[in-house]
Design a binder for this molecule. Structure first.
Ligand SMILES: Cc1cc2nc3c(=O)[nH]c(=O)nc-3n(C[C@H](O)[C@H](O)[C@H](O)COP(=O)(O)O)c2cc1C
Length: 196
């Protein structure tokens, strides 16, 4: 009985969060076409950095990334990301169908520094950073603080391998321990930009 009550309250809380989140999406963010994105995507990823998040609000993980891209492949707008298997986030990108990329204003750089130097294996990065998670219609996670959100559906993934490099100086300098990334290509299914 005690467990049932707790579970009921938990479900009510989740429902409330979902309603609040969808309001937040409508009030703070506007959906745009990826073709209307004005940012320079090289600067966006390399300099501003992003959070890669996979999972749902009650079970997700996020990490900072500065390698990746946004482009056009197999007649779809896509984003591609690179995650080392030792990252806790990898467990989520492996099992989940979707991932999100979230970009922030300079004032939130400390969030990216924290999520890029601490593992979700050991700490709850949401409570430690004050990130406020919001669920997309599909239940994927982005954050109230974000200025740009890109929601992706995984369409291809593969491990980076030494033999694939034409320029062997890259694995020799970037991967001296042969700890290659896994690449994920996601079809871009939604883009939200902050309006307020
Ligand atoms: C600026 C920056 C960029 C990073 N880019 C990547 C990346 O593209 N791929 C990757 O696997 N790790 C990258 N990292 C490292 C992860 O963010 C870091 O190891 C993180 O703590 C992993 O968290 P997790 O174990 O909770 O997944 C980057 C870190 C920083 C600070």
């Amino acid at each position: 009985m005690k467990n049932f009550s707790f579970y009921t309250i938990f479900l009510l809380f989740l429902n409330l969060m979902t309603i609040m989140n969808s309001n937040a999406q409508n009030e703070i963010f506007k959906e745009i076409s990826i073709r209307d994105l004005n940012d320079n995507v090289v600067k966006l990823i390399a300099d501003d950095w992003m959070l890669i998040t996979a999972g749902q609000i009650d079970s997700c993980n996020m990490m900072t990334a500065s390698w990746g891209g946004i482009g056009n492949l197999w007649n779809e707008p896509v984003a591609f990301i690179f995650i080392r298997p030792q990252r806790y986030t990898y467990q989520f990108t492996e099992k989940e169908e979707y991932f999100t990329l979230t970009f922030f204003e300079e004032k939130d750089r400390s969030i990216l520094n924290f999520c890029g130097s601490t593992s979700g294996k050991f700490v709850n990065k949401i409570s430690e950073t004050g990130l406020i998670p919001i669920a997309t219609d599909l239940g994927n996670v982005y954050y109230k603080q974000a200025r740009l959100v890109i929601e992706c559906k995984k369409i291809y993934s593969d491990n980076i391998e030494y033999q694939g490099f034409v320029d062997k100086s890259i694995p020799e300098s970037v991967y001296p321990k042969n700890d290659f990334h896994k690449m994920y290509i996601g079809k871009i299914i939604k883009v939200l930009i902050r309006e307020n």
